[in-house]
Structure formats: structure tokens, C-alpha cells
Design a protein around this ligand. Structure first.
Ligand SMILES: Cc1cc2nc3c(=O)[nH]c(=O)nc-3n(C[C@H](O)[C@H](O)[C@H](O)COP(=O)(O)O)c2cc1C
Length: 199
């Protein structure tokens, strides 16, 4: 059901070789399917206008490949640049969520999601978890289950390192779409609640 409150969801992501960009598109589709206004921002080429879009958003979804067990250097450069917003707590009260992609099935990508949680907390944002029980965790499950890799903090994907962006797993794409939809719904709840309190 489309919410009467139209939340603004921004996706701030980096993708070195296009795999994480596929997930960013899925998050955007999911958020738009719930009636959100969505803007996607490649943080390695972020402009002043796009910083302003982040400032105006109700929610920011962070995305990065997992490189050397954490977010990429390009994402970390963006995070460091966001310290100007931290100083003034410009993003306080916004919702936040995250997604990542790795080459190995686990690939230490928990650290990437944990980093996003910490970054969001430093900005006094409210973290939105994935909200799907682990898939592929019982004999009745399969790799086509949503959340097939079993993460709670955000959407986690795995793509073989020798495969292109077309090989991003369908289940991981669907999981990222779910995250985008959930962020849009939760953001609408916050926006409606704030409007009601202000009335
Ligand atoms: C510099 C570098 C470091 C990487 N480190 C990891 C890692 O720690 N764990 C892992 O599973 N995959 C690692 N990978 C593989 C990437 O996570 C994987 O190829 C991913 O799909 C890249 O996403 P992108 O195309 O959005 O950049 C690394 C790749 C690169 C280029």
C-alpha cells in the first residue's frame, strides 16, 4: 500500500566495478514501490547539489562493496567528508540503512554493515535493520530465499569476483529491494508521526 506521506529516500553508494550499483538500483526500486521520492548518489563523484539532496532527505541508505574487510576507500572518503554534517548534526533524526556486496560468501562484510551502523549513530540517525529472518538456513530452504546469506543489519550480497554485474544473485537483488521498501515504509511512519506531533 502506498503511504499518504511521501518520504524522501537517498541512496549514497560507491561501486568500483558495478556490482554494488546493481544493489543500489534494487534499493531504489524497492523504495519507489512504496511511494518514496528516491535519489541515488555515487559518492565518489558527489556534487554540492547532491550533498544538499542528502541534507533534504528523510532517510539515507549507505552502500559500498566490501574491500579489505570494510567499506571501500571511496566510501570512507565520503564518510570523512560527512564530518561537516556531523559537526552540526545536520542529519540527526533521519533514518539510515545499508547494503554491501562481497566476493566471498561471508567475506567479512559484517564489518562493512557495522561500519554503516556506527556512521549512522555518529550522525544521530535511526538505523533500519533488514527485517527478514535468515534464509537458506533449513533443509527446506534454498539459495533463492530472501536474505540467503543470513544478515540482520542490512542487505548483504555476494558475487563471484570473476563475474560481471549481470551475475549479482537474484535473491540478493530481491533482498535489496525489500530493504528499500522497508526503509520507505518506516520513513513514512516517522514523517507521519512528526507531522502529527507538530499539528
Ligand atoms: C580492493 C578490493 C578488496 C576486496 N576485499 C574483499 C574482502 O575483504 N572480502 C570479500 O569477500 N571480497 C573482497 N573483494 C571483492 C569485492 O567485494 C567484490 O568483487 C564486489 O563484487 C565488488 O563490488 P563493486 O563491483 O561494486 O566494486 C575485494 C575487491 C577489491 C577490488
Amino acid at each position: 500500500m502506498t503511504s499518504p506521506v511521501r518520504p524522501r529516500v537517498a541512496i549514497a553508494f560507491h561501486s568500483g566495478y558495478g556490482h554494488t550499483a546493481v544493489l543500489a538500483e534494487a534499493v531504489a526500486r524497492g523504495a519507489a514501490s512504496e511511494g518514496a521520492d528516491v535519489v541515488s548518489i555515487a559518492v565518489d563523484a558527489i556534487t554540492d547539489e547532491q550533498w544538499a539532496e542528502l541534507d533534504a532527505a528523510d532517510a539515507i541508505v549507505f552502500g559500498s562493496p566490501t574491500y579489505m574487510g570494510t567499506a571501500s576507500a571511496a566510501f570512507h572518503a565520503f564518510a570523512e567528508a560527512s564530518s561537516k554534517r556531523w559537526y552540526t548534526q545536520t542529519w540527526a533524526g533521519k533514518l539510515a540503512a545499508g547494503f554491501t556486496n562481497s566476493g566471498a560468501k561471508a567475506g567479512d562484510k559484517s564489518y562493512t554493515l557495522d561500519y554503516f551502523v556506527t556512521m549512522a549513530a555518529q550522525h544521530a540517525m535511526h538505523w533500519v535493520s533488514l527485517g527478514i529472518q535468515p534464509g537458506w538456513a533449513a533443509t527446506t530452504g534454498s539459495e533463492m530465499d530472501l536474505n540467503r546469506l543470513g544478515y540482520f543489519a542490512g542487505a548483504a550480497a555476494q558475487t563471484p569476483v570473476d563475474a560481471g554485474p549481470d551475475a549479482v544473485h537474484k535473491s540478493d537483488i530481491a533482498t535489496a529491494e525489500h530493504l528499500g521498501a522497508r526503509v520507505a515504509r518506516e520513513t513514512a511512519v516517522f514523517a507521519a508521526g512528526r507531522a502529527a506531533l507538530a499539528a
